[in-house]
Design a protein. Structure first.
Length: 133
């Protein structure tokens, strides 16, 4: 058996996302679903299982579909909907890309976290100063 390996964030990796029409990965358990964020950034509608962590990433019916774990019929049905409706598939992919840039952009999120820490630090310093007075 020949193994095929593509490193992440390479031109080959990006090309595979660009060639795809949708990203499908049902799961019974999932940690932080980074791969879905990547697929959404590539403009793909995504289909996965209706787990709490997936609900944080995928907006059911807007950026993709969420199905009950183990429900193969529902999985096939949702895939068929996207196959049969290219306009919907493209609209969901565009929305997924938009949401990805708004919610999952690392640079923007780091900047927001930095601002939170600065605000908390300023509050702490004010409280310490008032304790000395």
């Amino acid at each position: 058996m020949q193994h095929f390996c593509i490193s992440a964030y390479t031109p080959e990796w990006r090309r595979l996302y660009q060639q795809a029409d949708m990203f499908v990965m049902p799961s019974y358990s999932e940690g932080l679903p980074q791969v879905f964020m990547e697929a959404m950034t590539a403009g793909l509608p995504v289909i996965s299982t209706n787990l709490p962590q997936m609900q944080e990433v995928i907006d059911d019916g807007v950026t993709g579909f969420l199905i009950p774990p183990g429900n193969r019929d529902k999985l096939a049905q949702k895939m068929q909907i996207l196959i049969d409706n290219p306009e919907l598939r493209i609209a969901m992919g565009n929305k997924a890309k938009q949401v990805s840039h708004l919610r999952f952009d690392a640079e923007k999120n780091c900047y927001q976290i930095e601002n939170i820490f600065q605000e908390l630090s300023a509050i702490h310093l004010r409280q310490e100063k008032s304790n000395y007075n």
